[in-house]
Write a protein that binds this ligand. Structure first.
Ligand code: DC
Length: 238
């Protein structure tokens, strides 16, 4: 997809945080936003919300044309307060519905449809442009540094071992048994392969991105180096 560059005005900061599921993106991106007083956008929640609408309207997730129609009609409203992020689909809050296993296992198919990506990327770019007057934004996803905000002054690619990512995802889902973790690991592997292998805007390390491996690190040990990159980026614009 053709990137639309929106240069940030002096003092405003756009931070792109990309990486696979369970790499700790949400926790880290929200914390960076909170500590720097920036807005926060979870683009995965947008793909999940469209997927929820697709499943809710009993459309086959493999039917790209029908999925694109659902996305075209969908009205997504996103709250970008890092202290209380949230998403509404057609004016209904869907924060819980988008985290179910059914949505998680169907979202890669929906996110691979080019028309869905075009619509959501355009909305993400509007949200980023609107945030600049407020000081900027931290945006997390898969294609932020490469496609959505290639002009971001800070680009991070967050990763972690598959085992650690599966454990984190399992804990988020409230699971306890090792069978659950093994199943979550298999589902993560499948989703990684789909997200990295798709033709449209695949998960990849963007040009200029700093790769951070969060395996074995506490949240602060990942947040601090990103805050240092933010300080450097702002100092460079002065
Ligand atoms: O980060 P997450 O697990 O909530 O993302 C859900 C799915 O959405 C993920 O499987 C890939 C897709 N996604 C994407 O294709 N592009 C983004 N910018 C964000 C998420």
């Amino acid at each position: 997809m053709e990137p639309v560059a929106t240069p940030a005005p002096a003092g405003a900061l756009v931070v792109a945080v990309d990486g696979p599921g369970g790499s700790g993106k949400s926790t880290v991106a929200r914390e960076v936003a909170r500590r720097r007083g920036l807005r926060y956008l979870d683009t995965g929640a947008m793909y999940r919300a469209v997927t929820y609408l697709v499943l809710d309207s009993r459309v086959d997730v493999e039917d790209a044309e029908a999925v694109a129609e659902v996305a075209d009609r969908a009205v997504l409203t996103i709250r970008t307060d890092p202290g209380q992020p949230g998403i509404l689909a057609d004016a209904v809050s869907v924060d819980e519905q988008i985290r179910t296993r059914a949505v998680t296992n169907a979202v890669s198919a929906v996110a691979a449809v080019p028309a869905v990506r075009r619509k959501l990327v355009a909305q993400q770019q509007r949200i980023i442009a609107d945030s600049l007057a407020d000081g900027g934004i931290v945006v997390e996803g898969r294609d932020i540094g490469a496609v959505v905000a290639p002009e971001a002054q800070v680009k991070v690619f967050l990763t972690a071992s598959t085992e650690v990512r599966a454990l984190r995802r399992s804990q988020q889902l409230g699971e306890k048994g090792m069978d659950d973790v093994a199943r979550t690991l298999a589902e993560l592997d499948r989703r990684d392969a789909l997200d990295s292998g798709r033709a449209a805007d695949p998960l990849a390390v963007a040009d200029g991105a700093v790769v951070l491996d969060s395996t074995g690190l506490a949240v602060d040990q990942v947040v601090e180096p990103i805050l240092a990159l933010c300080r450097e980026a702002l100092a460079a614009t002065r």
